[in-house]
Design a protein around this ligand. Sequence first.
Ligand SMILES: Nc1ncnc2c1ncn2[C@@H]1O[C@H](COP(=O)(O)OP(=O)(O)OP(=O)(O)O)[C@@H](O)[C@H]1O
Length: 359
Amino acid sequence: MTELVVNNVQKWLGGLQILKGASFTASRGAIVALLGASGSGKTTLLRCIAGLEQPEFGYIRIGDKVALDSDKKIALAPEQRNIGLVFQSYALWPHRTVKENVGYGLKLRGVNAADAGVKVQTILDRMGLGHLADRYPSQLSGGQQQRVAICRALVYEPRVLLLDEPLSNLDAKLREEARYWIRKLILDLEICAILVTHDQTEALAAADHILLLKDGRIVQEGPPHDIYSNPNSFYAADFLGANNVARGNLTTLDGTRATIGGEGWSLDGTARELQGLAPAASAQAVIRVEQISVSDSPGPHRIEMQLDDSLYLGDRWEYRLRRGSFNVKAHGTRKLSPGAVWCEFPPESVWVFPASSQA
Ligand SMILES: Nc1ncnc2c1ncn2[C@@H]1O[C@H](COP(=O)(O)OP(=O)(O)OP(=O)(O)O)[C@@H](O)[C@H]1O
């Protein structure tokens, strides 16, 4: 069931148009990630949904309530929107205990103390924090503080949970765990969550649907696997994954088959956004690091390259390879000695874009 409708939201800040017509929908029991480069407008869009910013144009419906309708001059205040908000900083009050932090909003909304107490204890117990109810934030670990912030957002039983970089203050191990339990929690509670992140791994792992933003516009959306494996622009291809970018010229173009080449190298690839381009035009190819394999013999779609070094990454080795002006990173399971090797580039994984390709 659709819980959130965002339609043509446009927002100006400091005389600049920051959001240029964002539209999407989100359903119950699903996590939508807003992903994009720094400054692409993720936080501004989240703040518009929360009611912390008022867009000049647009329509937003949360559950069955119209929260924004610029035509009808409707703009509900944040507390009327039935949303829960979790910030990167957690924003807990240091001089209030855990249960006071979680219950404060209920008190403001006029919920009587007995009912509020039950709601607070229920959500704290659910999150494994019941025994910490009387502690102050400074007496908790970072991970526990983050859970308190999430309890505080969930205690209102919101229709939509808005999470702004909620994991970025946690160390790498905790972040991986938190990504998993937040996802489980949202699916169990069957609420709708919007997650702002600049971390592609977090978006790919935690979300059901990704909205990729660039300069205030949603330039691609879809399930994580689709966005990762079928990017529709150079920006989307290069933003996700660990990539090699090869810059050269288009040497042949035949339907979806394209060849890109530079000084002393040439790769068969798949044409992306190349309509109207002629051979010799400047081009760039994106190749995911994991798609390249290194071997000691020639074969189809293999080119000979010089291996300069093997770097140990713990779970794998990274190979640094070059041929003329073409530098490449690839991964493998063993250390290789410097020298000549053969690298295989499957054409379906060499995505060729025009050199000045924009989203
Ligand atoms: N109050 C403001 N006045 C003017 N410009 C602003 C204001 N707030 C944000 N901006 C600009 O709007 C753009 C989008 O900012 P926003 O914080 O939404 O991006 P973001 O994608 O969340 O970035 P980050 O990942 O760095 O947090 C940026 O260029 C930013 O400088």
